[in-house]
Design a protein around this ligand. Structure first.
Ligand code: NDP
Length: 502
């Protein structure tokens, strides 16, 4: 028997989604496919309009053609239902420094409300380079587009893509600008990792079962590994990545969220504020890393040339748009500690990198060995400890290893696996992460979004580390090279083996 929340389809209010940066990569590769997917499964609000805004002078027809081309590139078949979906797409060019353009946008949106009965409900999605987030938020405020009507319809929400700043100071600054026009309940700071089904499942596994939670602590767990490995390199995003690097791109957000879900205390209710309270408490418990001994806890690296699936690939510094002497890290392994009663002295290894041997995201919970082996006279080797693996990509699965007797007359142990594939016994397709976050914004559900205190805590922890990594001269943190297609720098291999080996 399944226990589900009620189907929320009826709860979707009519609305207009305005995407700034609509001529860009995120819109074409993630947002439109997700919205098209919702449309094809009849899961979109009704009525629903999508308005693309960017500087590029396009008309609505050209915008639709651009998106159709992007969708068609994703597979051999033309996208189902495109003609009908495209009717919901419009394009309005804007120059972000032009206040008049936003006044005109406001007039166009009011007209659309009248034409399509979208009832004044609006979502503004910031899919531009982050330097434009404060500019657009201020223009929306000035044009009266941030103000909500009281009660029922006329709600306004703003979705902010990562990165939320590039350090603590800039995150605070961005927040201040957002709050000049928007209230906190209107702001949705996206981390699409959180919307992956298997990531949400971490809380279900931990808190909807009794058998794991009693063991989920320093008494039984030896260490925890959280790995997000990519095979891809920087691709065409060098401009962004050179300013960001792996620590900002992955550790400030996704990795710290996975850590919080794994380590947090149980909230009293599965409700946005309570879940986010517990995550914040967990982030607050992170033991600050001592700058003097940072090298003992952090390995950063940058990929050189190598081979991926038998194909030669360029090193990071040879990628288009990357500086010849770039010190941007494309790999990091961070050992940290959650300094509280539950986790004291249990290392958490956070690993992420580009151009690694394979694309894989998982959380490894390594249990301690048995305290005393009654089989010690018969078995030459020590008994391997249990391991629970939460696979997020490519295999959405949970597996647990344990020891059993090998069949036969001799006393021999063998490790066996018990596994659960996430989609096992369920025909419903998993919801795409961007489709999930878009639906949550439409419903005003903040559960999977960052709260500002969480953002600040994440930056507070990371900013001193970044400062050390970006220091010059003698103080510079060593940047270890690694060949593309490997499992990262030599200096990280001892820890890497802990996570990869079973
Ligand atoms: P793009 O670099 O593709 O930029 C989006 C659009 O912004 C462009 O089409 C362009 O539109 C406009 N733009 C680009 N540079 C400038 C500039 N210097 N000044 C003004 N406008 C500019 O970005 P993405 O679509 O890749 O990403 C958008 C946001 O989403 C970023 O903040 C990124 O960090 C975040 N993000 C992206 C992901 C992805 O997979 N792409 C994943 C997660 C987050 P025009 O010239 O027409 O105005």
């Amino acid at each position: 028997m399944q226990s589900c929340t009620a189907n929320t389809r009826e709860a979707l209010s009519p609305c207009t989604l305005v995407i700034f940066g609509a001529s860009g990569d995120l819109t074409a590769r993630k947002l439109i496919p997700a919205l098209h997917g919702l449309f094809c499964t009849d899961s979109q609000p009704r009525p629903f309009q999508i308005v693309g805004c960017a500087r590029t002078p396009l008309n609505t027809e050209a915008f639709r053609d651009l998106l159709l081309e992007a969708l068609t590139n994703r597979g051999p078949e033309p996208p189902a239902g495109w003609q009908k979906f495209a009717q919901h797409l419009a394009y309005i060019p804007v120059q972000y420094d032009d206040a008049q353009a936003f006044t005109e946008l406001a007039a166009s949106l009011r007209q659309m409300d009248r034409d399509h009965q979208t009832q004044g409900n609006r979502i503004f999605y910031l899919a531009t380079p982050p330097s434009l987030y404060p500019v657009i938020a201020a223009q929306l405020g000035r044009a009266g587009l941030a103000a909500e009507k009281t009660g029922g319809n006329g709600w306004v929400r703003i979705v902010v893509e990562k990165p939320f700043g590039r350090d603590l100071a800039s995150a605070l600054e961005l927040d201040q600008v957002l709050h000049q026009s928007f209230h906190e309940h209107q702001i949705f700071r996206i981390d699409h990792y959180l919307a992956k089904e298997t990531v949400q499942n971490i809380l279900m596994l931990r808190f909807a079962n009794t058998i794991f939670e009693p063991l989920w602590n320093r008494g039984y767990i030896d260490y925890i590994g959280i790995m997000a490995a990519e095979q891809l390199g920087v691709e065409h995003r060098a401009g962004y990545y050179e300013q960001t690097g792996i620590l900002r791109d992955m550790f400030q957000n996704h990795m710290q969220q996975l850590l919080a879900l794994t380590a947090m205390e149980p909230p009293s209710l599965f409700e946005a504020e309570r879940v986010r309270d517990e995550k914040a408490k967990c982030s607050r418990s992170l033991k600050p890393l001592d700058r003097a001994t940072l090298a003992e806890h952090l390995v950063i690296g940058q990929y050189g040339s190598g081979a991926i699936d038998g194909r030669r690939v360029a090193g990071y510094r040879d990628e288009p748009g990357v500086a010849l002497a770039s010190r941007t890290p494309t790999f990091a392994m961070l050992r940290l500690f959650v300094d509280n009663w539950r986790w004291r002295d249990v290392p958490f290894y956070l690993i992420s990198g580009k151009r690694l041997a394979r694309k894989e995201t998982k959380i490894v919970v390594q249990f301690k060995r048995v305290p005393h082996s009654m089989f010690r006279d018969m078995l030459a080797e020590r008994i391997p400890a249990n391991r629970l693996t939460l696979g997020i990509y490519p295999d959405e699965e949970i597996d647990i290893t344990f020891q059993t007797k090998t069949p036969g007359p001799r006393v021999c142990l063998r490790p066996v696996r018990m596994d659960f594939k996430y989609n096992q016994n369920d025909k419903a397709p998993a919801l795409d992460a961007y489709a999930k976050v878009l639906l949550d914004v439409i419903q005003g559900d903040h559960m999977l979004f960052w709260r500002q205190d969480g953002v600040e805590l994440a930056w507070s922890f990371l900013t001193p580390i970044l400062e050390e990594c970006e220091a010059c001269g003698d103080r510079a943190q060593q940047l270890h090279p690694y060949p593309a297609g490997s499992w990262g720098p030599e200096a990280a291999q001892e820890w890497m083996r802990l996570i990869l080996n079973n």
